[in-house]
Design a protein. Structure first.
Lengths: 409, 409
């Protein structure tokens, strides 16, 4: 019988894992290029730290350790807030972190219970330059992966709260939670739920129309101002600044809510296509740090690696590196010499560990490598290699250095 | 009050984390250069999978989830065995994995409860070429980090088992567990414990002398052969092959035991200095895969990132990147343009998010960056940058391209 990974979790076999590492490396490079620095925290946190701001739904999804005191983190923002609230980093403190988080989601949702987030956060910046930079940096990272046409949906928690408060004063957070479900359950269900909560059906319907209505950003900024002047001002600034970063595709969308409890200002979500939904999102959470120590301004964005990987799935991972086959065992030391030379030039080079005949070595090489180097008596005598391109089948006798140049091309 | 990370676990702040990422990246590069490919598994495994081969001590150290069925992995070898035993990879299957593992160690040992391992394993190879390659690859990785003078201690479980069986037939595993403690508790304590277990004191003393005695590898191979001919043959081959890889410093050491239960053949340990102890180790575990499915030959080595990081601690992480300061707010778009240009050339570039005056910007820049670029009206008019070296204090007016060249040097 086979032993499987835990429910909702996955093994990443080499082809996929290689692509995953390339994606992570590309995102890191872009994050670093904007001056973000890495910081990491343990996978486990005290339940006390996590529960300070995880909301009812996620509280039920924590993987708790049997001592009752620890649980696996459900995001990277809460641990960051714990650390940043008790360390005197120069501000703004700009950190990145690409690491797994764990949530015991219901399997029917098709979501993984262990998934990788790629976060950037800015602590200690009150201005909208932070929001604009995060959006620019995250969309750059997505572009680096080869995607184009990202849409950034933009809203503000102050607007949603004002909307909710006008509809059902005192029940803002319940209204918010219902609105957050709209994309999954549809407008009608939301209207019914709001009615159940005490809203007039017509008011709820009018509200949904307003939240989901079309119109230019300029038109929406006017509506926004009728709910919250400050929020409208901030959204305007973000849009203006994003233009300086050459970010296009920003759309104010009042129907964007985002589930997490801790947002206090602008919120955003990045989409690449309607099928796949959001590939990232974030927002301002100025109140979070003060729960753990010294309060400060804070804003962050998180890219979902699993979603991005799903979009990349069609792309084929090419074979790499070279297999150095010795035509007989006595030539193994020469094969090792060739391999060592190539490795020193940054090329992945392997030799036959299993003492197989040449035919078997070639079979294996064609499964795992892009190139084949064959070494026999003649090659050894001349200090050369017979190099075969395993795609075209062409081969030629070359020096070590010529082989390195060819393979690296 | 401050909230701390869980007991025995650590936050990695930016300076240390940057060095950690460099170490991980360097090791990965070397692993890849030998043709190893990445494969990862979830942090959690079923307790059933873990307990099949974790030994009594580690069983008590598992971080178990409160559902009773899952626990955090305590090493990377057991999950690899689970996957490899049910997947038909081309053999030999050579994988690397650099990832955290968790053990609830007693705090007095000064060990972390979450620590990073950097493993390479070869599945499906019966020959000692696998052992030699692993040792060559791991020592190359250590050299890449700037260390020299690594010693590789070499022994074989078949020898230790024969030794134990001659001393106390039928009590091999208890003897092995006592011998494994020798370095921590000393020779005398080991002799007492073996005597308690039923050995004659003189026999136990003679055994310790033999295990810890000096002598050349050639002399020790003769002693080895008196316990196990096959083991002696294998150790000889490893030493010969390692020479072809230019690995020096291999020493047969009969006192090497290694705690883990699953080893069946050659075992090895890499040391850089006596104070820090082992920075890595591994061995052959041909029996492990069959516990999970299809059995196969297997051998692996694991570098301990925490130990290596501790040895690197003296090295200072230099500042990096450039801060582009605008002398007034109206010039912020020009600063963004400069920063975007530099980022496109692979340089980490930041701008002022907090709308501070020039003095404050320069203060911040000198805390977090290696270079400062100042842009005012004159610079904008001429399409240039005033670039200041924050180490030497020198500054000059340069073009974007000249700035990029200077910073990248």
């Amino acid at each position: 019988m086979d032993y499987l990974p835990p429910k909702g979790m996955r093994d990443f076999l080499p082809d996929e894992m290689r692509q995953r590492e390339e994606v992570i490396e590309a995102i890191k490079e872009v994050y670093r290029s904007f001056g973000f620095v890495p910081m990491e925290t343990p996978a486990l946190e005290s339940v006390e730290v996590l529960e300070k701001k995880c909301g009812e739904e996620i509280r039920g999804q924590l993987f708790r350790i049997d001592d009752g005191r620890l649980a696996l983190r459900f995001d990277l923002t809460v641990p960051l807030s714990r650390v940043a609230s008790s360390n005197a980093f120069p501000k703004p403190f700009k950190r990145y972190c690409i690491a797994p988080v764990w949530r015991r989601e219901e399997p029917q949702k098709g979501r993984l219970r262990e998934f990788l987030q790629a976060d950037i956060d800015i602590i200690g910046c009150p201005t909208m330059r932070a929001e604009a930079e995060l959006i620019a940096c995250a969309t750059s990272a997505i572009e680096r992966l080869g995607f184009s046409g990202a849409t950034v949906r933009l809203n503000d928690r102050r607007i949603i709260s004002a909307v909710a408060s006008r509809l059902l004063p005192g029940k803002e957070s319940q209204v918010l939670r219902i609105l957050d479900k709209r994309e999954k359950i549809g407008n009608d269900a939301v209207v019914s739920m709001l009615a159940e909560l005490g809203a007039k059906k017509e008011d709820a319907q009018r509200l949904i129309l307003e939240l989901t209505g079309g119109g230019s950003n300029e038109e929406k900024l006017k509506i926004a101002a009728s709910y919250s002047k400050e929020a409208a001002e901030d959204l305007k600034k973000i849009i203006e600044l994003a233009r300086e970063y050459k970010v296009s595709g920003i759309v104010i969308d009042f129907s964007l809510v985002r589930g997490l409890d801790y947002y206090t200002g602008p919120i955003f979500e990045i989409r690449l296509s309607d099928e796949i939904g959001s590939v990232g999102g974030g927002g301002r959470y100025d109140g979070l740090l003060s729960l753990y120590g010294q309060g400060d301004f804070a804003v962050g964005i998180s890219l979902g690696i699993e979603r991005l990987m799903a979009l990349l799935k069609g792309r084929k991972a090419g074979k790499r590196g070279v297999f150095v086959a010795a035509v007989k065992d006595e030539l193994y030391p020469y094969a090792l010499e060739v391999a060592a030379f190539l490795r020193n030039r940054g090329i992945a080079a392997q030799t036959d560990l299993n003492m197989r005949n040449l035919k078997k070595q070639v079979e294996y090489a064609s499964l795992v490598c892009r190139w084949l180097a064959v070494v026999g008596e003649r090659e050894k005598k001349e200090g050369k290699i017979t190099l075969r391109d395993l795609e075209s089948g062409k081969e030629e006798l070359v020096s070590f250095e010529q082989a390195a140049v060819k393979i690296r091309q």
